[in-house]
Write a protein that binds this ligand. Structure first.
Ligand code: NAD
Length: 295
């Protein structure tokens, strides 16, 4: 079971990276999104990172880009897809509707994977018509350098499908992390989400401002960034969706308070690194200033 044609559904923060990384490694990729002009812009904006971090020339970047096509029509997007990776917003209603539609239009051969950060595959598998061909493949932000792919199925996932996705991960230069038991948050977010929620809690309660929290973490542990810089990279829309998801399941008021405090930032277009501002201003965030840790 090998993949040639890959469709990425939703080319926002993560989908744009998945689509480009896959195209760069020689696959024919169809990027499906409601807004394809924004998708193209987002992918072209990755050029500097690939150049800076991987030494890719403009010609090499363009060769990867030439393997991409863009569409707003789901049927066209998946008509010959071997593999669909879904990176739609972290909202169950959107994903439910998507998998129901996808099941109707995708050929029988197509394997479906979700990049969802907070849902588990058994939550989504009920909306697909092919449970043996459904699993999660979860990437970390900045996939060209933070190159893990956490792979997690349900007890219905065909082991051959699981293995095909592990092989695909290698093909696009990811390190596959095979997770053999359903775990909310996989490995990475089982560690990361409690960490960033604790930081947001300090901010919401007025204990310390974001820069102070990051400074303490960076000086005390030697880490290159703190939790608020990480949150900017994740994107504050996604962060808000994650905390609202936690509020719905755990009914803890803190999660609602965090979402409410993020909303004015999102309304003002401060949605994180990709949009040039979040807790920090980009491209020169304060935490990269050599003086940041000295004051
Ligand atoms: P995002 O909001 O940046 O992007 C979502 C994209 O989906 C947008 O481009 C939007 O136009 C498009 N979209 C929305 N509804 C659509 C529809 N019905 N049909 C087609 N396109 C539609 O979100 P994101 O941060 O890239 O997150 C996407 C998924 O990836 C989520 O499941 C999230 O949990 C997961 N994820 C995110 C990160 C991260 O750091 N941001 C990391 C790992 C996994």
């Amino acid at each position: 079971m090998t993949f040639r044609n890959v469709t990425v559904a939703g080319t926002g923060v993560l989908g744009s990276q998945i689509a480009y990384q896959t195209a760069l490694n020689g696959f024919k990729v169809i990027a499906y999104d409601l807004d394809i002009e924004a998708a193209k812009k987002r992918i072209l904006a990755l050029r500097d990172s690939y150049k800076h971090d991987l030494g890719l020339s403009d010609e090499e970047f363009q060769t990867g880009f030439n393997n991409l096509t863009f569409t707003t029509d789901l049927k066209t997007a998946v008509s010959d897809a071997d593999y669909v990776i879904e990176a739609l917003p972290e909202r169950l209603d959107i994903k439910e509707k998507f998998y129901q539609q996808l099941s109707k239009v995708a050929p029988a051969k197509t394997i479906f994977a979700s990049n969802s950060s907070t849902m588990v595959p058994s939550q989504l598998v009920k909306y697909v018509d092919r449970p043996t061909k459904f699993l999660h493949m979860h990437f970390a932000n900045m996939i060209w350098k933070c190159n893990v792919a956490e792979i997690m199925g349900t007890d219905q996932t065909d082991p051959a499908v699981f293995q095909a996705v592990v092989d695909f991960a290698h093909d696009i230069k990811m390190v596959p992390i095979e997770i053999h038991k359903e775990q909310p948050g996989y490995v990475l977010n089982s560690l990361l989400i409690p960490f960033v929620v604790s930081a947001l809690n300090l901010w919401v309660k007025g204990v310390a401002d974001p820069e102070t929290v990051d400074k303490d973490w960076m000086i005390s542990t030697g880490a290159p960034v703190g939790p608020f810089a990480m949150l900017d990279d994740v994107g504050l829309r996604t962060v808000k969706n994650i905390v609202l998801g936690l509020y719905q399941t755990r009914h803890t008021e803190l999660f609602k308070q965090i979402a409410d405090k993020l909303q004015p930032m999102i309304d003002a277009g401060k949605t994180g690194t990709t949009d040039g501002a979040g807790f920090y201003q980009y491209p020169h965030p304060a935490y990269r200033d050599p003086e940041f840790l000295k004051k």
